[in-house]
Structure formats: C-alpha cells, structure tokens
Design a protein around this ligand. Structure first.
Ligand code: HSE
Length: 316
C-alpha cells in the first residue's frame, strides 16, 4: 500500500533537564504541542514552507527550509528516503522562547508526519537523529532532552552519545507535573552561552548524586527519594536571574507541597513535580507568586508519563 499523500502530526511540548539532568533528562507534557502537516508537492524535489501560524496569526520564523528548526531534519529525511517535493505547514501551539521545547516539537512533528508518507514507515527510533537536526539550528548544540521525550513520550534518559539506547523510564503513578509559562522570553542559545564551562568537583559529585537519586526513585517508585534529590545545584543557580520572580515561584511551589521545582529547559517556564492531590494548590501558588512580580502566566497540569508524538490526520 502506498504511503499517505498528506499527513499531520502532533508533537508535545516537553520539560528539558528536569532540574538534575542537564541535557540528559526530559519529559513530555500533555495538552500543549505543535502540529505539522507535510504533503507531497507537485515539483520533483525541495521543501516549501507554506505557512507558520500561532492562534491563526502568522509567526515570524524563517521560511527557508535550511534555517527553520522544523524542516532542517526533514531535508535530510527527504533525501535519504527519496521523497518527492514536500509542502509543509506549521501550527505552533507552544509559545516561542518558552523553555517548553518549542523548536524540538516542530522538528519531531515534521518527521513523524513525513514518515507517514513512506510506503514502509521507519521505526520511531530511526526518526530521532533527523529530529535532532533542528536543535543544531535552535541552540547551536545537540541535546536530546526535548526532542526525545516529544518523540517517544514519557520521562526519557537521553545522553546524545548513546542515542540508540535512549530509555523511557517508569514514573511513580501518583506524580504529575505543574508547568508555568510566564510571559517572558529566554533564548536558549544565550542561556547556554552564559554557563560556566567548569564545575567544581564537589558540585559535580552532588549533582551526579541528585540525578542518580531521582532516577532510582523513579525506578523504585520512591517519592520521598525523588523529593530529597530533585534540586539542581549546577545550572539553575546560573540561570535563575533570567526569570523575574523565579526564587519566589520556586519557594511557593515547595511550600505548597511540591517535591521539587526548577526551570523548564533554559526557562523562563518553571516546572514543579508533585503528587496529584496537591497539584492545583501548587499551580495556584506558583501563578500567585509570579503575580506578585506583575508577571502574567499560563499554567498546565500534566502527567509526567505523557504521550509522545502521533499522526492525527492523514490522506491517501
Ligand atoms: N538542555 C537544554 C538547556 C534545554 O538547558 O539548555 C533547552 O530547552
């Protein structure tokens, strides 16, 4: 059976780093993501971006396929899979510069949609490297902590030196994530550039222990172990000043019962992990804390083990 002539895929937003796992750990979010439609075009080759919209409005992002995070990987996918010309339409559901994996979600949705055009679609794992191309454009470094959870769903351990064995981890049933997006903007590239290249040995050991504690807590369903370790002692202290009110928002989350709270990716969004019974209280406390700094925000409650990208529409 020939592949589809047109497919639309949805890819979820994600929380990069999860505090303790800089560039190594990320999880998908539910209820917010990007949609990309890929259709066979009339010409023999090439990719045309027909439009990029958010809430029906045109978004000011590059329309050249090499410069756009959503289509950069798609160019190589198209070449490798000998696909004909492709027309691409991007609907951004994720705010730009939000620390919610916006560029990663578009890149993931693009390759997942294009994969549905193949007579024999590639396995999910084979799409990871294509989707990662977009991160090279967005942050001048390859890190998979947004792309991998957006593609596979759930909480994913994703060291870039071992991509074939990227692992979706178990998550204790009672946990969920509160994600607050303040109406501020942080550029990942700049937020990476300000990080010190050297970490003192003592701090490196502490951070390694904290990552190990969170992973062990997830595998053993030990919520108190996660709570004892979910704190970033390396990257957050260097970026906290980028987000107005961050210290108060984090303190409010912890006071309301969160296990831990930190920047989502490079910020400005802030996440908190908590048990489901106190999620609304944690969300309200965080929104109020941003409010005292006169910062408006949007909020989501999400499973941590949220579903990954999927085809939502296709035509033969
Ligand atoms: N791990 C990346 C960073 C995520 O913190 O720079 C960016 O969303």
């Amino acid at each position: 059976m020939p592949g589809a002539s047109q497919a639309t895929a949805f890819a979820p937003a994600s929380v990069g780093n999860v505090g303790v796992g800089f560039d190594l750990l990320g999880h998908a979010l539910e209820g917010v993501g990007d949609r990309v439609t890929v259709a066979r075009g009339a010409a023999d080759e090439g990719i045309r971006i027909l439009g990029i919209r958010r809430d029906g409005q045109r978004v000011d992002l590059p329309l050249q396929p090499e410069a756009n995070t959503a289509t950069r990987g798609l160019l190589r996918f198209q070449r490798d899979q000998r696909l004909p010309a492709l027309n691409v339409t991007i609907e951004k559901g994720i705010p730009l510069g939000s620390g919610m994996g916006s560029s990663a979600a578009s890149a993931v949705a693009a390759v997942v949609a294009a994969n549905a055009l193949l007579e024999v679609p590639l396995p999910r794992q084979a799409l990871l490297d294509y989707a990662l191309e977009g991160e090279r454009v967005a942050s001048a470094a390859v890190h998979a902590d947004n792309v991998a959870p957006s593609l596979f769903g759930g909480l994913v351990l994703c060291p870039t030196w071992d991509l074939p064995r990227v692992t979706r981890m178990p998550v204790p049933e009672e946990l969920c994530c509160v994600l607050i997006h303040p109406h501020l903007s942080v550029h990942t590239r700049e937020a990476r550039a300000l990080l010190t290249p050297e970490v003192p040995m003592g701090r490196l050991v502490e951070q390694a222990g904290r990552l190990a504690g969170v992973i062990t807590g997830c595998y053993t369903s030990d919520v108190s172990l996660i709570a004892a370790h979910l704190s970033d002692v390396v990257v957050e202290p260097q970026r906290a000043h980028l987000v107005t009110g961050f210290a108060d928002v984090k303190a409010a989350a912890l006071a309301a019962g969160a296990l831990g709270s930190s920047l989502s990716g490079s910020g400005p969004s802030v996440f908190a992990w908590c048990t489901r019974d106190c999620a609304s209280r944690v969300r309200d406390a965080m929104v109020d804390a941003f409010g005292t700094h006169r910062v408006l925000c949007d909020a989501w409650l999400s499973a941590i083990d949220a579903p990954g990208a999927r085809v939502v529409e296709q035509r033969t």
